[in-house]
Design a protein around this ligand. Structure first.
Ligand code: F6P
Length: 343
């Protein structure tokens, strides 16, 4: 078979490990020819490809990013985009397509499957917010990067008796903030799912410091928002999937904490550092398992499905199920495991 592969959306550590697994298993076991489309759906629209074979994939397992490139191009937002996708797949003789991406990339895959394009999905995002899979690769790496940073913030915070606000990614779901905050011993964790009250936060921080010199770490997800009417947030521009560009709530939170407590406060916005560099061993293994499962799904004709991790096993779920609803942090979990440690 001739199998196309693309990586779409924000990049994430482990993408190359998926590509490598697909290529090795596809070429060696099934005798496939793999074709890489460059820059996500843009490459399929424009018909720009890279040949993929075992030789070309040597050495990419530990490399972050994606050798195929990525973009947030949406064929449904470009005139003639969907027709171009279908025409190019036909003219390039591509029998099946593997789309590696998050909710946006897989949302497009799902719509194309409705139009009979043979596509299999692989879940990717550092945000870990895709339904139907317990984990996406990249999340573990991102959390580890955040925890390493928070550990470092602790020591400098202690030296200066400061409050350190650490802003992490997570637009609609606070998984990274929650896990990194727990593992990093944060005094406050602000996530999009639970609007925060800055007055309460400032009070708790004041109480902490009443007991002596304290290093206070506040982890803020970039999509965290104040309770209605308590603080104003600024908005940014939109991408092709209608998402606003975030980044900056940490500055606002830090300024308010300093103003309300009188304690010196500093901000670290980890930004794209969370997505760069080498994947953890865990993510390499998960990505490899997903790649193998995806090429098997192609050969079993399981189109319109995404591979997923459930109870330790790799399973297949309909794409529609995977992109129907975002997986957000469970309020019970947050209430039981996170909130009791506040302050
Ligand atoms: O891919 C998910 C993500 O990393 C989000 O956590 C973040 O909001 C967004 O991508 C950033 O997008 P960009 O790299 O386009 O600025």
């Amino acid at each position: 078979m001739r199998v196309g592969v693309l990586t779409g959306g924000g990049d994430c550590p482990g993408l190359n490990a998926v590509i490598r697994a697909l290529v090795r298993k596809g070429e060696r076991q099934f005798g496939d020819e793999l074709v890489g489309f460059t820059d996500g759906w843009r490459g399929v629209i424009e018909g720009t490809t890279l040949p993929l074979d075992v030789e070309r994939c040597r050495g990419i397992l530990p490399r972050g990013g994606t050798i195929l490139g990525s973009s947030r191009t949406n064929p449904y937002r470009i005139e003639g985009g969907v027709e171009a996708v279908k025409d190019n797949l036909a003219s390039l003789g591509v029998d099946a397509l593997v789309a590696i991406g998050g909710e946006d990339t897989l949302g497009v895959a799902n719509k194309l499957w409705d139009e009979a394009v043979p596509v299999v999905g692989v879940p990717k995002t550092i945000d870990n917010d895709l339904s139907a899979t317990e984990l996406t690769f990249g999340f573990h790496t991102a959390v580890q990067i955040c925890v390493d940073a928070i550990d470092r913030l602790h020591t400098t915070a202690e030296s200066h008796d400061r409050v350190m606000v650490c802003e992490v990614m997570g637009r609609h779901a606070g998984w990274i903030a929650t896990y990194a905050g727990i593992a990093g011993g944060a005094a406050e964790i602000l996530i999009p799912e639970e609007p925060f009250d800055i007055a309460d936060i400032a009070e708790r921080i004041k109480r902490r410091h009443d007991f002596g010199r304290y290093a206070t770490i506040v982890v803020v997800a970039e999509g965290a928002a104040p309770k209605e009417g308590t603080l104003a947030l600024q908005t940014g521009e939109l991408d092709q999937f209608g998402h606003v560009r975030l980044g900056g709530v940490g500055n606002l939170v830090a300024a308010e904490i300093e103003k309300r407590t009188g304690f010196e406060t500093r901000v670290t916005i980890l930004g794209h550092i969370q997505r760069g560099g080498t994947p953890t061993a865990f993510d390499r293994v998960l990505a490899t398992r997903f790649g193998i499962a995806a090429i098997e799904a192609v050969h079993e004709g399981a189109f319109g499905h995404m591979v997923a991790l459930q109870a330790g096993d790799i399973v297949r779920v309909p794409l529609a199920e995977a992109v129907g609803e975002l997986k957000t942090v469970d309020p019970d979990f947050f209430g039981h495991v996170v909130v009791p440690f506040f302050g």
